[in-house]
Write a protein that binds this ligand. Sequence first.
Ligand SMILES: Cc1cc2nc3c(=O)[nH]c(=O)nc-3n(C[C@H](O)[C@H](O)[C@H](O)COP(=O)(O)O)c2cc1C
Length: 324
Amino acid sequence: MDTRKPHSAAHPPLRAALQAGQRAPSVANTRPWILSDEGDRIALIADTDQRLDTADPQARELLISCGAALYNVRAAMRAEGRTPEVAILPDPDRPGRLAEIAAGRASEPDDEARTHARAIGRRRTHRGLFAADIDDLALVRRLGTAAAAEGATLQPLTTEPLIRCLAGLVSAAEHLHRHEHSHPHQPANRLRTAAPSPDFAAHDFPTDPDGDGSDALFPRRDHGHSRIPGMPDSPGAVTGTLALLTTTEDTRAAWLAAGQALQRVLLAAAAEGVSAAFHTQPLEEPALRAFTTTRLCDGAHPQMILRLGRTLPHTATPTDPPPR
Ligand SMILES: Cc1cc2nc3c(=O)[nH]c(=O)nc-3n(C[C@H](O)[C@H](O)[C@H](O)COP(=O)(O)O)c2cc1C
C-alpha cells in the first residue's frame, strides 16, 4: 500500500516511521519516494516520475533524497523502541525497490535515537546567510562522526583558497544554468527549477551584496552589512562553515548511504541549533563535479555541498511538504 499519507492502521512503530519518512529533505522538494506499509515492514520505493530529467539524469540526487527518508524511518523506529532491520537494494530484479525496513527486536531507545527523532520536525533547509558560524569545533567533529557512521565523510573546507574555489564553482554552475534557461533551443526542463515545487525558491540565495558582481554567493565574512533576502540590513551575517559530503564509491548504494549520512548530520546539527544550506548546482554539471572530485575531494565523490551555521529566527524557511 502506498502511504504518502501515512495510514492509521499501521503498527505503532511503523506508523511513526512512515510519518517520519515523509519529512525528509529532497532535491527541489520533489519527495521522490514511496513508503509502502507491507505489514511487518516498510518498503522504500523510488518514485522515478519525480526525477529531474536533465539536472539529475542518473537519479543520484533522487537516491540521496530517498536515503534521507530512510534515515528518518530508521531513527523513528529506534525512538519507538524497535531495532530497524534494513535490507538495501534487496531485489536486483526490482531496482526501484531501494530498501526494506522491518521493525526488529524491542530495544530501549538510546539518547541519540530520541534526539534525532525529535529533531525531524525541527529541521529546515536554510537559504541565505547565517547569524553565526559554528563556533564549536567539537560539534563539527560530532557531525563528522555522524556522517562516518553511515559510511560517508563530512569534509569541512577551512582554507580561504578552497572556499573561494568552491564559491567560484557554485557561481559558474549558476551562470551556466541561467544561460541555458535563456537559450531558445534548450529544453524547458533543463533545471530543477522546472520541477513542480511551488515552495521551492531555487534562487533565494544572497545575491551580490555589494552590487558589484563580486562574492555573490559567499560574501566576505568581514563586511559589516551583508544583505539577506527580505532583510535590508543584516550586520554581521556570515556564510557559515562550508563542507562537502563525500563517499568513496559512486554507486546507487553509495548515494543511498550519502542520503542517510546527510540526514544524520542534519538532525544532529538541528538538535544543537545548527541549520544547513545547500548548493548542489556544481554537482549537476559533470565537468564541474569531476573537477570537484579531483581538486577538492582528493578523489572521493562529492555528493552534497553544504553551509552550516546558526540562523536568525526570522530567516527560517517554512518548508513543510505539501500533502500529495
Ligand atoms: C539531494 C538534495 C539536493 C538539494 N539541493 C538544494 C540546493 O541546491 N539548493 C537549495 O536551496 N536546497 C537544496 N536542497 C534542499 C531542498 O530544496 C529542501 O529539502 C526542500 O525544499 C524541502 O525543504 P526542507 O528541507 O526545509 O524540508 C536539496 C536537498 C536534497 C536532498
